[in-house]
Ligand binder design. Sequence first.
Ligand code: B4P
Length: 190
Amino acid sequence: MLNLILFGPPGAGKGTQAQRIIEKYGLIQLSTGDMLRSQIAQKTELGLKAQEIMAKGELVSDEIVVGMIKSIVHGDKSAKGYIFDGFPRTVKQAEALDNLLSEINEEISQLILLEVNDQELIARLLNRGKDSGRADDQDVSIIENRIKVFKEQTTPVMEHYKAKNKAVSVKGVGSLDEISELLYAVLDKL
Ligand code: B4P
């Protein structure tokens, strides 16, 4: 199986590029952000808890997101591989993911960081916020907090996979096609 972590700060293009990769390589996309937004839309107990946290640009608890991922990784026996988008966001989540995969005799094949500067991230998210309806995309101070949370709590995930020789970076600024080509070049080698 090809198990990929698409990694990067908010607005780096993870969700955007994940869509292209699943079409080309037939992987299953697991976006914890999308799963949480779906819980919010359905007004579930979990969604109501997550909504307040996400609106502030903070991270939802590790227990909640690991639980969501677990049911899918264990439930699909025919998958060619997974693309984890927006997960793991803490070292605790990364360790939980490694354990979940080892239970099905699998491991992470590669983490790819999309490198984008803060100014570009803020511009992209504000632009998406104009019609996405996402509260966390509409306020500069919330976007800045999401970037800060990424630097403080999520960057150590890259170190976790670097230590296993499984982390690379690609340029995340440019046209969508240019960035896809850089990602495909990494994936074709795996
Ligand atoms: P996510 O849903 O993961 O959202 P995101 O970080 O904003 O990235 P996304 O993938 O949606 O955007 P993309 O970069 O593709 O997380 C939202 C919140 O959920 C978090 O803040 C947190 O509260 C919670 N959460 C999610 N997962 C969690 C976890 N594991 N643990 C704890 N909490 C969790 O695209 C952004 C914009 O840029 C788009 O408009 C796109 O069109 C544009 N864009 C993309 N590529 C571009 C390019 N090359 N040039 C110009 N624009 C581009």
